[in-house]
Every structure is written in structure tokens, then in C-alpha cells.
Ligand binder design. Structure first.
Ligand code: C2E
Ligand code: MG
Ligand code: MG
Length: 693
């Protein structure tokens, strides 16, 4: 399926330039022909005896060979080659310019009319060929060559070769200019894009013309025999065009494949700058397709893909829409006539509609679903590679969120060149101790009953040499999907344990919470590394608590059970971070030996303003109490929230009200100055009362 806009349609802003060009060619051609005819050399001086039947035979054969025109693959919708060229050139040599022009014009009208081309296009192509033939005639006139006399010597053949080249170059340049004006491509690209292939085919066709001319002079029936190689060339050109088309088509669903999709999208994009429409590149990955293949075999899997492709084509059949299968279970869609990103979303929803109905295969009923990513031109990129990559980023985001469809957002894009380079810089900084920029900050956690500092949370900080401090949440999200995360976690473990050891040596016994990602816990050597560092720095394991976000842990708790058991046996406790934002089951809380939950700061920050947040915080505190879990409220920013938490009997808290995260040296100083908030507030109140007015 190809986009409607590519067929014989000219983008509106280019219309005036393009049609002026077409009109000038259509006007110039008759003038040139007329001037050539003024020379009085419209017919050959030495028409062979067999002239009558032979010219008719060649004219008929010129039409026959063009009955099934060979089209270029892809979206250009133009001829690969004029196979009738051999006959036309043979007629030119033998009978002269006028008969050749008449036959060529009739062939052009029949071929392009038969392809359903608009009148302007038929006119342009007829004029283009007329000018090309005029160029050939001019060469023949210049060398005063006509009739079959050129056979007599090499010079004559050379002249004919020149005439043939004049035809090819004139035709090629005229079409190249039209293409360049129509699709705003640089002229050199329009001229060179298919030059090699067309030159080979045209040379073969032109080379056969003298043989046809000689055959016609000797015996008209020899023309039929001499035409056999022309059919061979035609067949070769067709096979080659078919092969090229197959290279752009998916053999199973017969929709465009990745390369074909890329070409169609690229051609469509070339016109988008002038279009009032937006274009959406949409990718859809069929969920769990591997299990269909594994359970029912690849034959059934293929049938399923065929069925899905049929449904997609049925549901996504609007103008400017392309459906393609670009990989195993991946489909891609192009919507090039949409008005907004919202429209793209609606169009993509029709893909989901196509998947809603179950698929019956071998009496097995299969529920199908897909994950869809959307990127729009010009909103999310202006070349195909960017749009395609970003549609895939959106798809990955949809997978992660389980939302089914996602539109590209830069925040979810961890793979832009800037982010990749940031990741590279971070990795270098992590691996090279000598490089500055990496630091651990520590934020105190306060026991709400007595006001004591019960521990600290270690928080990673990175100051980029040119970009300055990078937001830790962004950085972790970036690193989390890469191997850098492991390097980061190990560096944090090493620095934090070394710091605890220094504090112990200074007589400060503090417990530290270290944030780890769930992928860290999948690594088999994680526990070995942690216990080894504790041993080296002589730090007791109970001084370490690992924080892992609730959402990440609960997504696949079974994979980490072994690691968590080992940590527990070794004396390292586990805290569920950002609690309340994921879905924990009571059973998992017990089985995973969680010893602490940290109420997500969004609820704590909301306590002052909405009762729902208060209700959530209260229920988490009660849950902690009944399951014997320690509870920390994070994000305590002010006195009012602190008081509310004391009222709810929350065991401990962490937040700016007590202290911001700070470097280790600042923390040590802070600890010396620290006064429990109860005393601090009381002192403030006293000082306000006693302050002279
Ligand atoms: P988190 O583990 O939930 O850390 C608490 C975040 O809340 C910290 O943000 C902290 O600075 C901030 N915070 C503390 N008190 C308050 C407050 O009163 N109000 C507000 N609005 N915010 C407060 P930070 O340092 O930007 O870290 C963000 C997230 O980055 C952390 O959230 C954690 O998920 C991740 N992270 C930081 N360091 C590491 C690390 O070493 N490893 C891993 N895996 N993740 C880390
Ligand atoms: Mg944390
Ligand atoms: Mg948190």
C-alpha cells in the first residue's frame, strides 16, 4: 500500500514552479520538433524496399512490449525503462524522424494513459520523449547520417551511439529536473539516484536498435527474430524490478518490510514540509508472540501474523496510511494525513481495536495484545531515523508502564546522543577515582519520639564538568537501563561503607541506608561485593540498610528472593522506598523479610493540604505497626507536618525540616550542632516571648 499523496500529486507550494516547468517543456517540444522539420529531413532519404510492412511491424511491437510497463519499485510510480526505445530508434534510423516521433508519442500516451496518469503527466512524458528524440535527430543531422548507411563503417556506428546517448541524457535530465522541483530534492540527487541502473538498461536497448534496423532492411520477418533479445532485456528489467520490489516487501504478509517502510516514510517526509498535515510513525510489538511460536509452532505463528496484518490493513485503511511488518512480531504504521498528535493517538487506538478480537488458530483461541509507541513529525523529529527511534522509545515506555500506548516524550528517552554522552561521562567519572564530580550526600533520619538521629540515607550526587549538578532521579533513570548502574551502585557501596568506617573511628556510630536498583539485586556477585567491603572496612552489617523502590521490587519479587535471603542472613536489612506508589501484597512483605517502609514523599508533602494524604499516611503507619515494620516518613518539610506525624505516632522521619542532604564533613558538623526539634521549637518560642519589642 502506498500513500495517496505520492501518486501523481504535487505538493501545493511547489505547484506553480513545477507546472510552469511542465508547461514550458510541453510548449518547447513542438517548437523544437517544428524547427527540426523545417530542415526537410522528416523522412529518411533511403527508405529500404521492405519499408511498409517492417515499419508497421516495429510500431506494433513497440506497443506490445509496453503493454505491461515495468514500474520502479517503491513510491515513485514511474517507468523503469522505455523498452520500446529499441524499436523507436530503429525506426528513426531507417524511416526517419517523423515516423519515430509518431510511434513514440502513441506509445507514451498508451503507456501513461494506461497507468492512470493525469493529463499533465501524459503530456509531459510525451514532450520529454519528443525532446529526447529531437536531440538524437539533431546528432544525426549534424553528422548528416540517415538510413542504414551507417552500417558501412565504425564512424557511422559511433554517430548512432552518440544519438542514442543524446536521447538518454535529454530524457534523464528532463525527468530529474521535474523530480527535483516536485519533491524539493537537490537536482544532483534527482539526477544520480537511479542513474546507474537506467544507464545499463538504456544502453542495452539502444545497442539493439541498429540490429533491428539492419534486420528490417533485409527482411521484415527478421525484425520478429531480432526482437527476441529485446524481450529478454524486458524480462531482465522486470525481474530486476521485481527483485528490488521483493527486497522492500515482507514475504509473509506482503506488506512493506523495514526497508520498504523506511523508503515510503522517507519519500512521504520529503513532502511533509509543504503539507498542512502531520505524520505519525507508529510501531507495535505483539505481546508474548514468542509463546505462540513455542506452544503451537512457527507455522501457526506465521498464520497469526498474517491474520494480524490483514486486520491492521482493514482497520488502518485511511488515506496516507501504510501498514508494514518490520520484524518478527513488530509492525509499523505510517499515518501521513493527520492533524495533531491526538489524531495520531486515535489512529494508533485503531491498531488496538484490530487486536481486540481473539484469534482462532488450530481450534485454539488466542488473546492478542500489542504495545504501541508513537512519534510525530514535526513534533518529535524531522527525519525518519529520529522518528523511528523515538517511536521505539515510546513503545519501551508503554511496555514499562503497562499502558499499551505511549506517545514519545523526551523524558523517557535515555538514548538521545546528549544522554548517551552524559552516560559515558558518568561512567568515566565513576571508574576513575581521580576524576572529580562524584560525591555522596547524607540526609539524617530522626526518631520522632525522642528526636535522636537514628541513621542517614546516602544519596548520590554527580557534578558534570560542563553541565553542572545533574538531577539524581534523572541520572538514576538514565543509568538504570545500562551497565553503568552496577558501577554506580558498587561505587556508592564502597564510599558509604568507607565513610561509616571513618565515622566509627571518630566515635560516631551511624546506620546508613543505600539505594539500590532491583537490577543490582539480580547480579549474582552483589552480596559477595557488599560483604567483602563490610569486612575490609570492618563495618558491622547491621549498620547497612538497602533501600529499594516498592514498584521495582514488587514487579518481579521472585527473582530477588535468594539475594534478599542471603542479605538477611548476613545481617543487612531491607527498606521499601517510595512506599504507597506500588502494589505490595502483605504476603510479599512478609516473604521478602522487609524490615522498613518509607512513606513516599508525595503523600507526606500532601498532608498539610488534603485529608486523603493524611489517611494514606495513617494507614501505612498502622500497617507498619501491625506487621512489625519500621516506618520512615520522607519529605517532611515543615513543622506542621512534623507535628502531624508525631500525632499519628510515626516512628521516624526524614526531610528538609530536619536537614537537607549534605556532604559527610557537613554532616559531622551538623551532628555536633544538632538539637532535637522539640527543644529547638521550644527555644524558638521562648526567644520570641523574651525578645525585646
Ligand atoms: P529517594 O531514595 O526517595 O530519596 C529521597 C529523595 O527525596 C532525595 O532526592 C532527597 O533529597 C529528597 N528529599 C529529602 N527530603 C526532602 C524534603 O523534605 N522535600 C523534598 N521535596 N525532597 C526531599 P534526591 O537526592 O534528588 O534523590 C532522588 C532519587 O534518586 C532517590 O529517591 C533515589 O531513588 C535515587 N537515588 C539517589 N541516590 C541513589 C543511589 O545512590 N542509588 C540509587 N539506586 N538511587 C539513588
Ligand atoms: Mg531512598
Ligand atoms: Mg523515596
Amino acid at each position: 500500500m502506498t500513500t495517496t499523496s505520492l501518486r501523481n500529486v504535487v505538493p501545493p507550494p511547489r505547484r506553480s514552479a513545477f507546472f510552469s516547468y511542465v508547461l514550458s517543456i510541453c510548449a518547447v517540444a513542438p517548437v523544437v520538433v517544428f524547427v527540426l522539420l523545417l530542415t526537410g529531413r522528416g523522412f529518411s532519404d533511403s527508405i529500404p524496399e521492405s519499408g511498409g510492412p517492417a515499419v508497421w511491424l516495429m510500431a506494433i511491437m513497440a506497443i506490445i512490449v509496453e503493454l505491461r510497463p515495468i514500474l520502479t519499485p517503491g513510491s515513485r510510480y514511474s517507468l523503469t525503462a522505455m523498452i520500446s526505445l529499441s524499436f523507436v530508434m530503429a525506426i528513426l534510423i531507417t524511416w526517419g524522424f517523423i515516423p519515430a516521433l509518431v510511434v513514440q508519442t502513441i506509445v507514451a500516451i498508451l503507456v501513461f494513459g494506461g497507468m492512470g496518469a493525469p493529463v499533465w503527466r501524459i503530456g509531459f512524458n510525451a514532450a520529454q520523449f519528443a525532446l529526447a528524440l529531437s536531440a538524437s535527430q539533431l546528432v544525426l543531422l549534424m553528422f548528416d547520417l540517415s538510413g542504414t548507411e551507417f552500417i558501412a563503417g565504425a564512424a557511422g556506428l559511433g554517430t548512432f551511439l552518440l544519438a542514442g546517448l543524446a536521447w538518454f541524457f535529454t530524457s534523464h535530465v528532463l525527468v530529474g529536473c521535474a523530480w527535483s522541483l516536485r519533491f524539493a530534492q537537490p537536482w544532483w540527487r534527482a539526477l544520480t539516484s537511479s542513474f546507474g541502473y537506467e544507464a545499463v538498461v538504456h544502453c542495452a536497448l539502444l545497442g539493439l536498435a541498429p540490429i533491428l534496423a539492419v534486420a528490417a532492411a533485409v527482411n521484415p520477418w527478421l525484425v520478429v527474430l531480432a526482437a527476441v533479445p529485446i524481450f529478454a532485456v524486458s524480462r531482465m528489467a522486470r525481474l530486476s524490478a521485481d527483485r528490488e520490489r521483493m527486497a522492500l516487501t515482507d514475504g509473509l504478509t506482503l506488506t512493506p518490510n523495514r526497508k520498504g517502510f523506511q523508503q515510503l516514510a522517507g519519500d512521504t517526509l520529503a513532502q511533509m514540509a509543504d503539507s498542512r498535515f502531520r505524520m505519525a510513525v507508529v510501531v507495535c510489538d505483539i505481546d508474548n508472540f514468542a509463546s505462540v511460536n513455542n506452544a503451537l509452532g512457527h507455522g501457526v505463528g506465521d498464520r497469526m501474523l498474517n491474520e494480524l496484518s490483514r486486520r491492521f490493513q482493514q482497520h488502518c485503511s485511511g488515506p496516507g496510511t501504510v501498514v508494514a511488518r518490520i520484524g518478527g512480531d513488530e509492525f509499523a504504521f505510517l499515518f501521513s494525513e493527520i492533524d495533531s498528535v491526538q489524531d495520531a493517538y486515535t489512529a494508533a487506538s485503531s491498531i488496538q481495536t484490530a487486536l481486540q478480537e481473539q484469534v482462532w488458530l488450530d481450534e485454539v483461541c488466542i488473546d492478542v495484545s500489542g504495545t504501541i509507541g508513537i512519534a510525530c513529525y514535526p513534533d518529535h523529529g524531522d527525519d525518519f531515523d529520529d522518528l523511528f527511534r523515538r517511536a521505539n522509545v515510546a513503545m519501551a515506555e508503554a511496555k514499562e508502564r503497562g499502558s499499551g500506548i505511549a506517545v514519545y516524550t523526551p523524558e523517557s528517552d535515555n538514548h538521545s546522543p546528549e544522554r548517551l554522552s552524559l552516560l559515558g561521562d558518568l561512567r568515566r567519572a565513576l571508574e576513575t577515582e581521580a576524576l572529580p564530580g562524584i560525591e555522596l550526600y547524607y540526609q539524617p533520619q530522626i526518631d520522632l519520639k525522642h528526636g535522636d538521629v537514628v541513621g542517614v540515607e546516602a544519596l548520590f550526587r554527580y557534578r558534570h564538568p560542563t553541565q553542572g549538578p545533574i538531577d539524581p532521579s534523572d541520572l538514576i533513570a538514565l543509568a538504570e537501563h545500562s551497565a553503568v548502574m552496577r558501577v554506580l551502585t558498587y561505587r556508592v557501596i564502597e564510599e558509604c561503607v568507607a565513610q561509616l568506617s571513618r565515622w566509627l573511628a571518630d566515635g560516631l556510630r551511624l546506620r546508613a541506608s543505600i539505594n539500590v536498583s532491583v537490577r543490582d539485586l539480580h547480579a549474582t556477585d552483589f552480596c559477595d561485593y557488599l560483604f567483602e567491603r563490610l569486612e575490609v572496612h570492618e563495618v558491622p552489617a547491621e549498620l547497612i540498610r538497602l533501600e529499594i523502590t516498592e514498584g521495582a521490587l514488587m514487579a518481579d519479587p521472585r527473582r530477588v528472593v535468594t539475594t534478599l535471603k542471603r542479605l538477611e542472613r548476613g545481617g543487612v536489612s531491607l527498606s521499601l522506598d517510595d512506599f504507597g506508589t506500588g502494589f505490595s501484597s502483605m504476603q510479599h512483605l512478609r516473604r521478602l523479610q522487609v524490615s522498613e517502609v518509607k512513606i513516599d514523599k508525595s503523600f507526606v508533602l500532601g498532608m498539610r493540604h488534603d485529608t486523603e494524604s493524611v489517611a494514606i499516611v495513617r494507614s501505612i503507619i498502622e500497617l507498619g505497626r501491625s506487621l512489625n515494620l519500621h516506618v520512615v516518613a520522607e519529605g517532611v518539610e515543615d513543622e506542621a507536618t512534623w507535628r502531624q506525624l508525631i500525632g499519628l505516632k510515626c516512628p521516624s522521619a526524614q526531610g528538609w525540616f530536619h536537614a537537607r542532604p549534605m556532604p559527610p564533613a557537613a554532616l559531622a558538623e551538623w551532628m555536633v550542632r544538632y538539637r532535637p526539634p522539640e527543644l529547638r521549637v521550644a527555644e524558638q518560642q521562648t526567644s520570641m516571648v523574651t525578645k525585646p519589642q
